[in-house]
Design a protein around this ligand. Structure first.
Ligand code: PHE
Length: 458
């Protein structure tokens, strides 16, 4: 049949299949691969964690990613309008879009702070003031940075302004053009670092750590962490993939694209692990160093390697590149909502989002200095933002989106998106995914959340 006419027909979007892929992969790849994945894998026992993460990605992540993109492309609108438009008469599914916008603000407020440290470290690495083979020393310089309110805040503002200025260029000339340049560079840098790291003597130990499971370390809380990572990694459950779906070209094959992005993203995580762990093991450090792995252990390790200063700068530039595409996609959610629903011109919507983030972000930026005394439940504001987004908001968004596609939207419309208006015959796939989203995904996410939060006792 003829494709439906959309109110947003003249709306900006990605211009080519390659652009769609670069932007979507750009969103998936980020701190999740280089800062979270290795440290969580290290802290939770290596290969067993990896396996649970893989299962979450396949059973929960991928179907939800397909679902979100399909919703976005059908509606060609921001998440709030999209859910409003596709929902059966009057049902308040748009609240899920609103929740996504809140999650976007929450995620960016801590994410931009980690990238702030990354930017600061790029500057320091280039100036040569970072290297010391003594971990106590690298710990001290990291502490000096994060407990300094002025540096923490200013670097965060630099990061936010940088991302905001790309978004001011728009979806096609900003997001698409920039990620198209950055993604190849990212793979190049990563392969170089990884190739180098695998020649180090600790490579064997590192690989067996990554690929030989320690089952006793898998607790319900660890399973929740792994599932949270799957959500965070694939940018799902908070409107980003829905927003990007609304920019997809009509002919783009959604399931194939989602699968490619998932596989490429996984490769980046594994390559990051293979770049980081051999170095860590070669110099006798523990892999369980947690989030400090990147900022404390790695500088101490690279100090012992010839050419370490260049490698270290390259490493932090790599993280900055990876994080850029991700931040663009998180920030795009409130920008397009403010633009389309509140009727602000796009530049104004971008500036307003920037302003809100500069204010909200202070909570995380100052969480180890001026606001360090605020620690409800033993977590800093930064830790809460991180914990709540991955382990609560994104899974809840995921449940809602699964229920929406499984029960409210209708399989016909879903199948039409998966089959590109009849070009491909994906009916069986649509059927299977619908059943999965209807019966399995919400229950699975719910159970993992409840178990992980300790509801069934531990
Ligand atoms: N996927 C990104 C990463 O791994 C983070 C992200 C979360 C991006 C949510 C968009 C939305 O770093």
């Amino acid at each position: 049949g003829t494709p439906p006419h959309h109110a947003g027909a003249g709306r900006a979007g990605f211009s080519s299949s390659l652009g769609v892929l670069a932007a979507t992969l750009g969103s998936a790849v980020g701190l999740g691969n280089i800062w979270k994945f290795p440290s969580l894998t290290g802290a939770n026992g290596g290969a067993g964690f990896l396996l649970v993460y893989l299962l979450s990605t396949l059973l929960i992540g991928l179907p939800l990613m397909v679902a979100e993109i399909a919703i976005g492309r059908q509606a060609r609108a921001n998440p709030i309008s999209a859910l409003r438009q596709l929902a059966p008469r009057g049902a308040p599914w748009w609240l899920v879009g609103l929740g996504g916008m809140a999650a976007a603000f929450l995620i960016l407020s801590f994410y931009s702070e980690v990238v702030a440290w990354v930017f600061a470290y790029v500057a320091k690495a280039l100036a040569g003031s970072l290297l010391s083979a003594d971990p106590a020393q690298t710990q001290a310089s990291f502490d000096a940075l994060v407990t300094d309110p002025v540096q923490s805040l200013l670097w965060q503002w630099v990061v936010l302004a940088f991302i905001g200025s790309i978004l001011l260029l728009g979806v096609t000339k900003g997001i698409e053009a920039v990620t198209k340049k950055l993604m190849p560079l990212l793979f190049l840098l990563l392969l170089l670092l990884c190739g180098y790291s695998l020649t180090l003597p600790g490579a064997g130990l590192a690989l067996s750590f990554l690929f030989a499971p320690e089952w006793h370390k898998i607790t319900p809380a660890v399973v929740l962490t792994a599932m949270g990572l799957a959500f965070f990694k694939l940018s799902i459950g908070m409107g980003t993939m829905m927003t990007y779906g609304s920019y997809f070209t009509p002919g783009q094959n959604i399931p194939a694209t989602a699968t490619r992005v998932m596989l490429a993203d996984l490769s980046v995580s594994l390559l990051a692990g293979m770049a980081i762990f051999p170095a860590v093991f070669s110099f006798g450090f523990a892999p369980s160093a947690g989030p400090s792995l990147v900022f404390i252990t790695i500088p101490a390790v690279f100090a012992q390697i010839p050419g370490g200063q260049v490698l270290l700068a390259a490493f932090f530039i790599l993280i900055a590149i990876a994080a850029t595409g991700a931040m663009l996609s998180i920030m795009e959610v409130p920008v397009v909502i403010l633009h389309e629903r509140w009727g602000l011109a796009r530049p104004r919507a971008t500036l307003l989002t920037l302003l809100i983030l500069m204010l909200l972000g202070t909570g995380c930026a100052l969480s180890q200095s001026l606001l360090a005394h605020i620690r409800p439940g033993g977590r800093t504001l930064f830790d809460w933002a991180d914990y709540l987004s991955s382990n609560l908001l994104m899974p809840m968004g995921g449940i809602a989106i699964a229920l929406f596609v499984g029960w409210a939207w209708g399989e016909q419309a879903f199948a039409a998106q998966l089959s590109n208006q009849g070009q491909l015959h994906n009916r069986a796939l649509a059927r299977a995914l619908s059943l999965l989203l209807r019966w399995v995904t919400p229950v699975l996410i719910g159970l993992v959340m409840l178990a992980g939060l300790g509801v069934f006792g531990s």
